[in-house]
Ligand binder design. Structure first.
Ligand code: FES
Ligand code: FES
Length: 173
């Protein structure tokens, strides 16, 4: 069947069956290949995208069930540059395969998590533990999220959370 999805602010027409996964739509129909498939069974987090602002695993989400706007790594606007840069500055990736999923999970936290938890490294690591890095970049990832630049970004996003989500659903690629 044909359905419409809002992806990175664009209304996209896609063809799905009852078994089509969101990741297949993103990668194969919309050419949004930043979303990576690792395990394919919901265990590694490399396929994480935001659906209605919530981090979700696109490999176990049926496209036909998606009713909220989808944001992929390609859809994060310039406000999230400090997050991307922090991963680079703190060695938060090596091969980079898990990185889009890590960044989308982190973006979801920056948008929604209580501010006073975001500077708690133990809590942050627990929140991120569904995203596996085979290169064992966890110290670098934690360092990126604890950095002054990312903590400042969280505070800025918190000043206008609804504006962030509105903008994320209105981005033009
Ligand atoms: S590919 Fe989706 S959780 Fe591993
Ligand atoms: S950077 Fe290689 S899997 Fe995470």
């Amino acid at each position: 069947m044909i359905m419409h999805l809002t992806v990175n602010g664009q209304n996209r027409e896609v063809a799905v069956t009852g078994a089509t996964r969101l990741i297949d739509v993103l990668r194969n129909q919309l050419a949004l290949t930043g979303t990576k498939q690792g395990c394919g069974v919901g265990e590694c987090g490399s396929c994480t995208v935001l659906v209605g602002g919530q981090p979700m695993q696109a490999c176990i989400l049926l496209a036909s069930r998606v009713q909220a706007p989808v944001c992929t790594i390609e859809g994060l606007d310039d406000r999230f540059t400090p997050l991307r840069q922090a991963f680079a500055d703190h060695g938060g990736f090596q091969c980079g395969f898990c990185t889009p999923g890590q960044i989308m999970r982190a973006a979801g936290l920056l948008i929604e998590a209580p501010l006073d938890r975001l500077n708690d490294e133990h809590w942050l690591r627990e929140q991120m533990n569904g995203n596996i890095c085979r290169c064992t970049g966890y110290c670098g990832i934690a360092g990126a999220l604890m950095s002054d630049a990312v903590q400042a970004l969280a505070r800025r996003l918190r000043q206008a959370p609804s504006a962030v989500m509105t903008a994320m659903s209105e981005i033009e690629n």
